[in-house]
Design a protein around this ligand. Structure first.
Ligand SMILES: [Zn+2]
Length: 401
């Protein structure tokens, strides 16, 4: 891939150079930001305390107008407004429920704690970028919106970025960059979309002996799961499905009136995602129909209800898109190895809307995301995370003279 169609990376610009040089000595400071913000709990829909602290820090760096919008996103701005508008964000929320122990433990260059990589690293990168831009008086030619957003993880269903793109800045954002997690030069350029449903099988229920002979919601669900398990899917583009949770039942000798399961399906192709959605629904309906047919003399029916838990949109974005080429060139300029990947991130939403968007890594390395054993490893060149964000932002938004 050639960088020719991306924006030129302003490596020789003296003010960009100064800002780049200021970031390496800040490596330990960046890590402190990451650790301290991470020790403030931020369960889904309960990001307020972390948001307030993020806002307080941004004001401390000189972004006096930093605000929290009605959805809970923290928003600061810098730039002349004489060029493209770029929004860069890390997500405030974690997957961990209230009450999870969020204190971190440090062993050498390894720090363990829930969310330490995903996405306290991203937040620390945005904070570092914000601080250095002010300190080095590096002003974007266009407009740069620096954000700590809510609602990236599953339950949030992208509510933070959805609000940004539809309510706060509709039609105004030219480029979106999410900094999500630790790592090097991999650029998420394609969006893995997902559909998630809570499926409920319902019937009158009854005594397992006395009422025997009626269709059984639990058995219907079992048939549906067996049908789903047999579905064949393409590998390119990748299509996946999963029954992740089953629940229901009253006692061993009760025909349960309610059985439920949670189903997830994913693909980076909108067409394939729609196709697997249809096949999963058909498999479930066929399971219920087979259970009804098993008991032709029973007047007790079975109903199936779909409740949407999450819809993550997907959409096409070429690896030749200027934002992807620009990020690729910036990764190369830092001496990292570039690659493009497909993933499910905040960038899904703008990509589905046709707005150029990527997700980048924040430097360092991490393991165990979404588990309480999550750990972040500081590497000698972790400072390149903030540098990467700076180079991409400077290339896309330009530098004021
Ligand atoms: Zn994340």
């Amino acid at each position: 891939m050639l960088g020719a169609q991306g924006m030129p990376i302003p490596l020789t610009d003296p003010s960009v150079r100064r800002a780049m040089d200021a970031m390496a000595p800040l490596q330990a400071w960046t890590l402190d930001q990451q650790v301290s913000i991470c020790e403030i709990p931020a369960p889904p829909f309960k990001e307020q305390a972390r948001a307030e602290e993020f806002r307080r820090r941004m004001i401390g760096f000189g972004y006096a107008d930093t605000r929290i919008d009605s959805e809970g996103n923290v928003i600061a701005e810098i730039g002349r407004g004489d060029g493209p508008t770029v929004l860069i964000s890390g997500h405030l929320d974690t997957v961990f429920p209230e009450g999870t122990e969020v204190r971190t433990t440090r062993t050498g260059d390894r720090i363990a704690g829930p969310g330490i990589g995903d996405d306290c690293r991203g937040l620390a990168v945005v904070l570092t970028l914000a601080k250095v831009l002010k300190e080095q008086r590096l002003e974007p030619k266009g407009r740069l919106i620096l954000v700590g957003n809510v609602g990236e993880e599953g339950p949030g269903n992208l509510r933070g970025v959805r609000h940004l793109f539809t309510k706060e800045f509709p039609g105004k954002i030219d480029y979106f960059i999410s900094v999500d997690g630790a790592g090097g030069g991999a650029i998420t350029s394609r969006a893995v979309g997902s559909h998630r449903y809570l499926v409920s099988f319902e019937g009158p229920g009854g005594h397992s002996y006395g009422a025997f002979g009626m269709a059984n919601p639990m058995h219907a669900m079992g048939r549906a799961i067996a049908n789903i398990a047999d579905i064949q899917v393409p590998t390119r583009p990748k299509v996946t499905f999963n029954v992740g949770i089953v629940r229901g039942g009253t006692s061993v000798n009760t025909i349960t009136p309610l059985a439920q399961m949670e189903v997830d399906m994913r693909s980076e192709s909108a067409t394939e995602l729609a196709a697997i959605d249809g096949r999963i629904r058909a498999a479930i309906d066929a399971g219920a129909a087979a259970e009804r047919a098993r008991w032709p003399n029973s007047r007790a029916g079975i109903t199936v209800r779909f409740d949407t838990i999450g819809i993550r949109p997907t959409g096409g974005q070429s690896d030749d898109a200027p934002i992807v080429r620009t990020a690729w060139a910036a990764v190369e300029a830092l001496g990292w190895l570039p690659a493009t990947v497909a993933s499910s991130t905040d960038a899904n939403l703008p990509i589905a809307m046709g707005i150029p968007a990527i997700t980048i890594n924040g430097g360092g390395a991490s393991t165990g995301a979404h588990g309480t054993e999550e750990a972040y490893r500081e590497l000698p060149d972790s400072y390149k995370g903030p540098q990467l964000a700076l180079l991409i932002v400077a290339a896309l938004a330009g530098v004021a003279r």
